[in-house]
Design a protein around this ligand. Structure first.
Ligand SMILES: *Cc1c(COP(=O)(O)O)cnc(C)c1O
Length: 390
């Protein structure tokens, strides 16, 4: 069942495979649960690169407080979806002049991460006669432990090295940009509450130190996110209890330290990842030297993450089942492969699955984040997949 509809009914309704299906109820529930965990003054943003499907984005815009975009294309989608420009922030290491111009014109908050952006924003701002709202994205002087993808600490293409931030703050003042605060994002896909709390704590302390150099008071302090979801055997869901306690403590401290600031947490994967499945149909069953291959009509070109080629070091299987036979007792050890002419096109490697035949539906769980939009859909010129919100 997804969104109260059985898989076979949904497949008939969609009319073709492969497809992604996202469950509205699970998306709503996830946000409701987080609201309960986060301090009530803290804002919850959706990092939309995790799932930019317009219907999902439209739903999320109505549930969260703001949207983080990473390109002018995402900015357009967020505005189309009805996001309040005041609550949109724009980050990314290679923002083009045209994108910065669109962002200033849209009055969104721009997370500065290169010196090049400062004079550019000043000239755009004077040209348009509109203020340029900026925050400094800080590349922290610490690393987060246990993150699947580190995006801060050491040398990075993201953000401004913490030690250079005072110089940027001076320049922001000199160029007459509207300074609003700091953005810190240490890393992604972290299942260790202790490491996340430590990163939040260190981010807060760093912001406190940097704020001494700020040209005006801090109005926005984005502490990042990085909350992970379990994908592989042995992984446990993130324990939110210590995070809840930690954020409540930081929010209380902020009342003293940053009286005008709104604290923000930005999440992508954690909001949408568990609410989506990918569905492909088995078109062939081949046996090669005692090894069973289920050949599906979808694979790596739609779901790079599940193939293990998006950030995994050692390939592990995503949770996969035969959706049309979940209650079948008989299992068979199989590999589920896609139609591409590359051995990388693998959805499940040697998994024990309900015994399947051509025509059955393969389901990949935990597929709501970094799926369709994070996959090389043009590779081998097969049809693109479709996405539905149920
Ligand atoms: C990608 C990204 C996110 C979202 O990361 P998730 O692991 O999906 O939560 C948040 N903030 C920034 C700056 C990002 O680049």
């Amino acid at each position: 069942m997804i969104g109260g509809v059985s898989l076979s009914e949904l497949a008939a309704r969609v009319g073709q495979t492969p497809f992604y299906a996202y469950d509205r109820r699970l998306l709503r529930e996830r946000v409701r649960m987080l609201r309960h965990v986060l301090p009530k003054e803290m804002k919850l943003h959706f990092a939309m690169k995790a799932n930019p499907m317009p219907a999902v984005l439209g739903l999320m815009v109505g549930l969260v407080d703001g949207v983080d975009v990473a390109s002018a294309g995402e900015l357009k989608l967020a505005l189309d979806a009805g996001a309040d420009p005041k609550e949109i922030s724009f980050a990314g290491p290679g923002k083009q002049a045209s994108e910065l111009r669109q962002a200033v014109a849209a009055r969104v908050l721009i997370n500065v991460e290169s010196f090049r952006e400062l004079p550019l924003l000043a000239s755009i701002s004077s040209d348009l006669g509109m203020p340029a709202r900026v925050a400094v994205r800080v590349n922290p002087d610490f690393e987060i432990k246990g993150s699947g993808m580190k995006m801060g600490g050491g040398p990075k293409q993201f953000g401004v090295d913490a030690e250079k931030v005072p110089e940027y703050l001076q320049a922001i003042k000199k160029y007459g940009l509207t300074f609003e605060g700091f953005h810190l994002f240490a890393g992604s896909q972290n299942l260790r509450a202790k490491a996340l709390c430590e990163a939040q704590e260190k981010s807060y302390e760093l912001a406190l130190r940097l704020a001494q150099h700020a040209p005006s008071s801090i109005r926005s302090l984005n502490l990042g996110g990085g909350f992970g979801i379990p994908y592989f055997p042995g992984e446990l869901p993130l324990d939110l209890e210590p995070i809840s306690v930690n954020l409540a403590r930081l929010q209380a401290r902020a009342k003293q330290d940053f009286p005008e600031a709104v604290l923000v947490i930005e999440l992508g994967r954690y909001l949408v990842g568990e609410a989506g499945i990918y569905v492909a149909r088995i078109i062939d069953k081949k046996i090669s030297r005692n090894h069973v291959y289920l050949v599906a009509d979808g694979g790596l070109h739609h779901h790079l993450s599940a193939s293990g080629n998006f950030g995994q070091v050692i390939r592990k299987n995503y949770p996969v089942t035969i959706g049309s036979k979940v209650n079948h007792a008989v299992t068979e050890r199989v590999s589920v492969v896609g139609p591409l002419c590359t051995p990388l096109d693998l959805l499940a490697d040697q998994m024990d699955l309900p015994k399947a035949e051509s025509g059955d539906l393969v389901v990949v769980f935990q597929s709501g984040a970094y799926g369709a939009s994070a996959s090389p859909q043009g590779f081998l010129s097969h049809p693109h997949c479709i996405e539905v919100l149920v």
